[in-house]
Design a protein around this ligand. Structure first.
Ligand code: PLP
Length: 402
């Protein structure tokens, strides 16, 4: 892949979990679909067939990455829409077609989902659904036993669980669930299973022929594809979801609206490149992450919150904080030319305790010292060395301000 970032400005981008630059090759494949190949894929003439053909190639590329049938790939505007569709569409379908009242059934999820899930679950709760949120362990993990006992408990309370929805790789913490074990519990109890796989695509080998997953949400812009494009993966022969977006009946009446051909072409190529380079990129990411851990580990009072076991963590995210840190300043105030994510939202003048620390029950880290660093295969060894140097220097400066 060609370099996508302008690295000449003496700034360092370590926020690839927030978004990634579109791969120049992917962009090149997308461009004709804005202009020369602009046909509406739903029309019936040669200009339309050109676009339709490109969409079908993209469906194959995404299906290939995930090990599913092309007909299972439904394009959306991103993971937020996919998650909304999976959750609302699932329970709307139960109400409309199976006459099941929401107050008589439950959904199980976790208390530390991405906002797109939490807000959708809040909405469903207002509509009467019983929403059970499992609390993750301090490592940000949900155990199969914990899931199973919640399922049994809700069954005994006469509000049986119809759907379990879990974030596979956590966007802040970087924890990675044992999705196979959790999905197997769902299968054992004949409960449908949705996963928010937005952060794991291209980082973890996925084979939906074997993984016990019924619905999977993903987004192109975390994968070196364009923003505003994603997909919801499910077998329409096996599962019914009420559409979220009604209209002209595109995508077999599942999701209406003129298809975003350039975006979809971009997602397809992003999937293809992610698949071709999965192993190579993974090795790089793990090497960078380990180097940063090694480089910072001797700092007094540093706490790495991302689990250390690679089976329990995403390769591209490292989340950490400090036990000693001045309360009125954040790492972003000191590390001006490093782009990373900060967990302490500053409301007015006062730093609020980040929600994630509450979820994990962690109390000894100074909230506004938290940093989420996320890497890419585009990251260089020099950038890693510079990052370590800058964080060490920043920490020394911060200690002097206490
Ligand atoms: C885990 C997770 N789910 C969902 C989303 C939302 O994705 P999108 O930006 O495509 O709507 C994100 C993006 O930050 C994410 O990290």
């Amino acid at each position: 892949m060609t370099q996508a970032l302008d690295k000449t400005q003496n700034s360092f981008y370590f926020d690839y979990a927030a978004t990634t630059p579109c791969d120049p090759k992917t962009l090149e494949y997308m461009l004709p679909y804005f202009s020369q190949k602009f046909g509406n894929p739903s029309s019936s003439h040669a200009k339309a067939w050109e676009a339709k053909g490109a969409i079908s190639v993209a469906q194959d590329q995404v299906a290939h990455l995930l090990g599913c049938h092309s007909s299972h790939v439904h394009f959306t505007s991103g993971a937020t829409e996919s998650v909304n569709w999976a959750l609302k569409g699932f329970f709307d379908n139960l109400q409309i077609h199976k006459q099941i009242e929401l107050k008589n059934c439950s959904v199980i999820s976790t208390s530390f989902e991405h906002e797109c899930s939490l807000q959708t679950l809040n909405y469903l709760k207002l509509k009467g659904l019983n929403v059970e949120l499992l609390k993750p362990s301090q490592k940000g993990l949900i155990s199969p036993d914990q899931l199973e006992s919640a399922i049994i408990d809700l069954k005994n309370k006469n509000t049986p669980v119809k759907l379990v929805s879990i974030i596979w790789g956590h966007n802040e913490l970087g924890s990675l669930q044992d999705i196979y074990a959790l999905g197997s519990v769902c299968k054992k109890h004949q409960i449908h299973f949705h996963v928010d796989a937005t952060q794991v695509i291209g980082k973890v080998l996925i084979n939906l022929k074997e993984d016990p997953i019924d619905f999977l949400s993903l987004s192109a812009h975390k994968l070196y594809g364009p923003k505003g494009t994603g997909a919801l993966i499910f077998d329409p022969q096996q599962f019914s979801l009420t559409p979220l977006i009604h209209g002209g009946g595109q995508q077999n009446n599942q999701r209406s609206g003129t298809l975003n051909t350039p975006g979809i072409v971009g997602l397809g190529w992003a999937a293809k490149f992610a698949q071709d380079k999965l192993k190579e990129n993974l090795d790089k990411l793990l090497c960078y992450k380990n180097k940063v851990i090694e480089g910072l580990t001797q700092l007094d009072g540093i706490e790495f919150l991302t689990p250390s076991d690679p089976k329990e963590s995403l390769p591209h995210i490292l989340f950490f904080g400090f036990k000693k840190w001045p309360t009125n300043i954040s790492p972003a105030d000191l590390l001006k030319n490093v782009y990373f994510s900060q967990q302490s939202a500053c409301h007015g003048q006062a730093f609020q305790k980040p929600i994630i620390l509450n979820h994990l029950g962690i109390s000894d880290i100074v909230p506004n010292s938290l940093m989420r660093i996320s890497f890419s295969h585009l990251t260089t060894q020099n950038e890693i060395e510079e990052l370590i140097r800058l964080i060490k220097r920043t920490y020394e400066e911060a200690l002097l301000m206490i």
